[in-house]
Design a protein around this ligand. Sequence first.
Ligand code: FAD
Length: 401
Amino acid sequence: MSTNTAIIVGAGIGGLTAAHALQRTGWQVRVYEQAPTIAPVGAAVGVAPNAVKALDHIGLGAALRERGVRQEGLEIRLRGGAHVGHLPGAGIEHRYGAPFYALHRAELHSLLMEGLDPDALHTGHRAETVSSGADKATVTLRTAQGTTSETADLVIAADGVGSPLRAALLPDYPGPTYAGYTVWRGTVPAERAEPLGVPHVLSETWGSGARFGVATIDAGQVYWFACESVPEHTNLDHDLGFLAARFQGWHDPIPGLLAATPEDTLIRHDVYYLRERLPAFVRGRVALLGDAAHAVTPDIGQGACLAIEDAVTLAAAIERSGIDAGLRTYDTLRRPRTERMARGSGRIGNVLQTRNPAAALVRNAVASAVPTSLLLRLAGSAFAWDPPFGDGGRESAELAR
Ligand SMILES: Cc1cc2nc3c(=O)[nH]c(=O)nc-3n(C[C@H](O)[C@H](O)[C@H](O)COP(=O)(O)OP(=O)(O)OC[C@H]3O[C@@H](n4cnc5c(N)ncnc54)[C@H](O)[C@@H]3O)c2cc1C
């Protein structure tokens, strides 16, 4: 039997996980990335129990545990420092079968790339269109040398929230929605972070129209993000100065982290997500995966985790049932969960980013009133996922019903 071939467009977390998952089931993969080199954008990423279990399923869990920092808890605070919600790390692990990790994106990327065939990755290739026949799909790619076409048994479009391939495949789809806020991310190196004594707890602090999140990551670094409700495409100069003024008077270590952040680690993006349902994740031999299929806002910390789930599910479904039936299973399994999360994330973001002081007071009071046991149960909508077709696989049980 000849080896199955896949083209994966996009070397983000979703595309690289898909490459790894397919390769380990015997596929020959080629990954095409538009960037000239792989330079992961985005400081750090939280890997929740659902994604840890997915990475375990494809043999990458041990590397994640070695390199990631296990979070001892997740907490919500107010700008003065009061705690309004706490999820203990041990409780998360006990209930959902895996801990919560955080690590630098560069570290996660290198972990995903290590097992890949070194000839599989082609940078400087921008995919422009895709088309599918009955048993092959073809991608047109632009490079510095001109345009080429590549054909394979399967094409995976993992080209992010702005996905050109989604637009080619589903031309009537309206595209991403602005979430109403912009987000800065920064990383503080170990020697500057150490005096601040930041605990291994992933925290998010709420104000009116602004939030600040902190996590300790690999190599003693500290990652933070700051959200501000602003109109789309707002031009803000002197970013770190703006942030120092905006978050002045917020609890420690927030001002200290901003003061200790090297300017060159700072990035800012307006946040977009896919509010509208996609009619399908699969067309012929092309599958959409990750943000290209269901971008969520960062409010639920699940975008990369869901992309990892997608990749593991896709490879497992195809291994089990063959390409066409496997793609149908992938579509059936993935759409309900990810659509729910995408729409829900936008709504959660609106509540968390409210600029209205009265609404912020209600938000804070409601969060304070929720007991830890209920918070843990609520987290289950994301964390209580298991890889399909295994013992107790939640989604495979749903499919069988
Ligand atoms: C502030 C912030 C914090 C976040 N924190 C978390 C978190 O803690 N946990 C979590 O799970 N998620 C988090 N997310 C979400 C997460 O970053 C994304 O969901 C995830 O990176 C999506 O991965 P992806 O591979 O689908 O897409 P991307 O990471 O966007 O990768 C797409 C890749 O495709 C390439 N590409 C695009 N177009 C083309 C083309 N035409 N041809 C070739 N290549 C192309 C791009 O260059 C890119 O490399 C956060 C997001 C933000 C904004």
